[in-house]
Design a protein around this ligand. Structure first.
Ligand SMILES: [Zn+2]
Length: 216
């Protein structure tokens, strides 16, 4: 039985290192420089998952690889170790948004949970986007409003350039003595969340954004 231990964003990070190695081998770099590229990338790969067991470290030890093919084969094998997004039912999703009476739910059967850091879907009738994520062992969700137009820019979550939409969310923060105060947070986020999930290599902004949105 394979013990899964790699998160989607960590696999993306490893893929990025391998892509850098592949690019570097095509650039006719001096042998010493290319060796450094291999070493730096191998080191980053070996350190991208915290608190690994010896067995897990062996799986992410790419230091003996000499060819691009060896990296490709190793990447292929890593898919079996990727942790899926926690299984969630429609009932649980509804509970996350008790105020949304006509909540449009995603078709969960079409979502590839092993390629999902955050689950997200849009309801174009109400111009709402929903983001679900496991934050500190608890599945949380936020609702954002969006403008229907998109443009090319940097996404706040995956930090990559692409087609983004402006999303804003009302936080739960309240100002003392002012019941009408609602703080809103705006972000440019990939219009297509499956693309964003393919590119995300670091969850620090996503987690900070969710914490801030959910802060009471
Ligand atoms: Zn993105």
């Amino acid at each position: 039985m394979t013990e899964r231990f790699i998160k989607n964003e960590q696999l993306n990070f490893i893929k990025k290192q391998v892509a850098w190695i592949k690019d570097s081998t095509k650039q006719h770099l001096p042998a010493g420089v290319l060796t450094s590229v291999y070493e730096i990338s191998n080191d980053k790969i070996l350190n991208c998952v915290p608190n690994m067991t010896e067995e897990q470290k062996n799986i992410l030890d790419f230091s003996t690889f000499k060819t691009v093919e060896a990296y490709d084969q190793a990447l292929e094998k890593l898919k079996a170790y990727v942790l899926p997004f926690p299984a969630i039912t429609e009932q649980q999703l509804k509970k996350l948004f008790p105020k949304s009476k006509k909540l449009k739910l995603p078709d969960l059967s079409t979502v590839d949970l092993t390629s999902t850091t955050y689950l997200s879907w849009m309801d174009s009738r109400s111009n709402k986007k929903y983001i679900i994520y496991e934050l500190e062992d608890q599945v949380v969700g936020i609702e954002c409003s969006f403008s229907p137009s998109s443009k090319k820019n940097i996404c706040s979550i995956c930090h990559c350039h692409g087609e983004v939409t402006h999303f804003s969310t009302i936080t739960k923060a309240k100002k003392l003595n002012n019941p009408d105060y609602y703080k809103s947070i705006g972000n440019l986020i990939c219009a297509d969340s499956s693309e964003c999930n393919k590119k995300i290599t670091d969850v620090s902004y996503l987690e900070e954004f969710l914490r801030e949105s959910l802060r009471k």
